[in-house]
Design a protein around this ligand. Sequence first.
Ligand code: UD1
Ligand code: CA
Length: 463
Amino acid sequence: MNNGKLAAVILAAGRGTRMKSEHSKILHPLCGAPMGCYPVRAARDLGCEPILMVVGHDSENVQQAFAAEKVGFAPQSPQLGTGHALLCAEEALNGFSGTLLLLCADVPLLTPATLARFLEFHRTRQAAVTVLTMQQDDPRGYGRILRDGEEIHRIVEEKDAGDQEKTISEVNTGIYLFESPLIFRLLHGIGNDNAQREYYLTDTVRAAREAREKVCAMTLADAREAIGINDRVQLAQAEAILRRRINETHMTQGVTFVDPDAAYVEAPVEIGADTVIHPGAHLQGKTVLGRNCVIEPGVVIRDSRIADGVHIKAHSVVQESEIGPHCQIGPMAHLRHGTILRGDNKIGNFVETKKADIGLRTAASHLTYLGDSEIGADVNIGCGTITCNYDGVRKYKTIIEDQVFVGSDTQLVAPVRIGRNSLIGAGSTIVRDVPADALALSRAEQKNIEGWRLRERKKKSDK
Ligand code: UD1
Ligand code: CA
């Protein structure tokens, strides 16, 4: 019966009314990725090929969001129930023969280990249908499992259940393994004679039994894995569980979290050992953090590479940047796209950088804007330095060579080049290139008018 082939169908056509959203609920993010991505990736990890999504509500946006995930789409319109949804994938499966994993796009927390165990369970029992079930203290809303030892003979929906059946605490998670094409033969024979006038996928259990096929059920050890997201309260609960799972993985690999419930690390982020993450840190996208770093409260890092021994102080924002070893950043620094710090740099409070390549040991400690710049090693950028890179039409480059000292409150009007080892006097507006080893000064000379204050005061009191 079993040829080892595995495909997946992910149901995603439902409306998700209780989210009160314009968008399909499966597009709502969970730890940075649309919730529907998690079942897709779980199916891929298990080796399913093809993976099909049944789409209906908001299907254009759903297809666009999942275009990069290498899944096929099967439209379901109108939505006549879960059984009808799977039938809509029949054509795209193109006569697939093997085991079919059925997942719901709004059940995102199933782990690869659980799914592997589920598949093993199904195959060793040579079942035609295996249902993933869970125990619920409050089973309301779920389909109840009518057991017969390891096998089951029926699933009864809440709305169709009698009082006795309603007390059953083992419920259907909505996740199944089916042998295909058998499942489609069963589905074609199912009607919609029930309280909701829907074609129920759950009715394939009874149909399989009537066809003398084996139907088993495996109970989840941890029911939280099968949380289905119907509203934003459940979305936040799922996020908290996933956040904890991600952070615990990092903790087992040597990362310290001062408060693991209050650090927001997206799934793809990598973090080196002995790094300390403080509360309120957000590590997003393709961020990679080295060893021995300190990430203080309120820091946001997106799509950046941070080398070892970097200290990012409170409320700094780092995006699409590359930070070399042993840099000190912030508090309240803003490193924007294309920032490269070569190493041992100090970027202090209220410093903004963008497309700035900054050499070893160079420091900009306070109140500065460095944009479209190439800055050498051992440069000191004084407080209040501004690269004037934009004339309202185009952007221009500022080049500062090694060992330059830029005095405080300097404006560098680009395009401009400051030669090696030169010094710019505080308060200068530099509009022309400065040669190496020079002193550049461009401020008006100071005038002192002696006794001026005394004379002014006398004039006023004479009036
Ligand atoms: C379903 C099960 C129930 C189980 C519960 C677990 C049936 C008849 N009942 O009930 O036994 O306890 O899930 O959460 O299957 N969908 C479509 N097209 C449709 C209808 C639904 O794609 O026409 C998708 C939804 O987007 C969702 C999934 O199928 O991802 C489940 O649908 P939902 O309406 O939540 O099913 P329940 O009535 O909760
Ligand atoms: Ca549901």
